[in-house]
Design a protein. Structure first.
Length: 447
């Protein structure tokens, strides 16, 4: 590893360490703010935006004349010529020198006066492209916010799932210990005891799997934030009660109406249509004549002249100004083809905007349905959890007294575990979808 790479890594880790000291526990807003500053893909989008700003400046600069200076210096050798004559400025120079030197100096200017408004339309188009690039940055930021929110909620769900599995494992171990006591006194068969031991192993396996899922979600979040994978990261767990889970959902049509006005992808699609319309106007400029003005001032020198360098520059000085008119007559159908392609692209961008609007509505409608279903499932699952817990507690007590067999106990235990998982799954699904719906309606992301 070279020194530059090592220094870069140390700076990155140092910057993250300072952030970690200030924010020992990461909130959702901390994650979003940190990712917006450090995410590499988002930085790449900002570079494209800066490039488009340069394009705007270049398009504006084309409205002005160009100016250049040129000079040429030649050494001429005529080994078999007795004498030679050449024109230099306003004098004819005759010489018997076999080797001569001449120089030329000139300042040239060119200015396109009119080219069918092509340059003005290019300026308008470059400005539209610049706005589109800015909207693409905003769209990338929105996508990043959504990804982080989804991962954050998944991590909260995974954390709660780990706790459930840990509690389940503790209960299984306690049941197995009680089973060993019953086996010693002859109240439980060896087969039943083996089933209890297997259940402990199964619960240990489920705990390992849930912890692995949690680690994977945290790793995915770190990658979005551009944080080294081995860096410790603790997330804040918000207190979510039934009012948070079951809060009323905004109407899909209201969300869609707000999103049409606010979402950058919609504005970007509208600007793409305007840019494509300008492409048509730019292509049509090929039908119009072009007028340009050129001007120059120049002089030259020759070593064979009897005059000094300054006098040669004075005598050879000449000025020129000209007007050029280019009138298209037949260009092998290039202008017509360019115009037809631009018109087809204009129609295509209109269809693209319609597809974007359709996809936006489908996304909002899907999120609303998932949020509504999750809320209903949460109500049912919560009721089911209460009855499952009551049933499990009763069966467990009866098993301890020898009134229920091992199969009945394990069945009720699995039902209780399943009910717990259903509750937290519905809970976090409802919270996630409601949060995203509010975000699409123009509200900040918050749990």
């Amino acid at each position: 590893m070279n020194k530059v790479s090592l220094v870069s890594i140390l700076l990155l880790l140092g910057g993250f360490s300072l952030f970690a000291e200030e924010n020992e526990v990461w909130t959702l807003n901390n994650c979003i703010e940190y990712a917006i500053k450090n995410n590499i893909k988002l930085k790449q989008s900002r570079i494209i935006l800066e490039q488009s700003e340069v394009d705007v400046k270049s398009a504006k600069a084309d409205m002005f004349p160009s100016l250049s200076f040129s000079t040429g210096h030649n050494l001429v050798n005529r080994p078999f010529s007795a004498n030679s004559s050449t024109v230099s400025g306003s004098e004819v120079i005759s010489t018997n020198q076999k080797t001569t030197y001449n120089g030329s100096y000139g300042i040239n200017a060119n200015w396109t006066v009119w080219n069918g408004n092509k340059r003005r339309n290019l300026i308008k188009q470059s400005k539209s492209e610049n706005e589109i690039a800015g909207l693409n940055v905003a769209e990338a930021e929105n996508a990043l916010k959504e990804q982080i929110t989804q991962l954050y909620v998944q991590i909260l769900y995974a954390k709660e799932s780990v706790k459930i599995n840990e509690n389940t494992l503790e209960v299984s171990k306690a049941t197995f210990a009680r089973g060993q006591e019953l086996y010693k006194v002859g109240s439980l068969s060896k087969v039943d005891l083996a089933q209890l031991e297997t259940e402990v192993a199964n619960d240990e396996y489920q705990l390992v799997m849930s912890r692995n899922s949690l680690r994977n979600y945290v790793l995915d979040l770190k990658q979005l934030l551009e944080i080294p994978g081995l860096t410790p990261m603790e997330l804040q767990v918000p207190e979510l009660d039934d009012s948070d889970v079951l809060s009323p959902l905004p109407k899909p049509n209201d969300i869609y109406a707000a999103a049409l006005q606010l979402r950058p992808e919609i504005k970007s699609g509208q600007l793409n249509i305007e840019s494509s319309k300008l492409d048509v106007a730019i292509a049509k400029s090929g039908y119009y004549p072009q007028i340009s003005i050129s001007a120059s001032t120049a002089s030259n020198t020759n070593s064979s002249s009897a005059e000094c360098w300054g006098e040669q520059m004075k005598l050879g000085w000449n000025n020129m100004i000209g007007v050029n008119l280019s009138l298209p007559i037949y260009d092998n159908r290039q202008t017509k083809s360019a115009k037809q392609k631009a018109e087809l692209q204009y129609t295509s961008t209109q269809m693209e905007l319609a597809n974007i609007q359709k996809d936006l509505y489908q996304t909002i409608e899907t999120m609303w349905l998932e949020a509504d279903n999750a809320q209903q499932q949460y109500v049912v699952a919560s009721s089911k959890l209460k009855s499952s817990k009551t049933s499990y507690d009763m069966i467990n007590e009866q098993f301890t007294l020898g009134m229920k067999n091992i199969l009945e106990l394990l069945t009720e235990k699995n039902n209780y575990l399943s009910a717990q998982q259903e509750v937290i799954q519905a809970k976090y699904m409802a919270v996630l979808e409601r949060t995203l719906l509010n975000f699409y309606a123009g509200n900040p992301i918050e749990l």
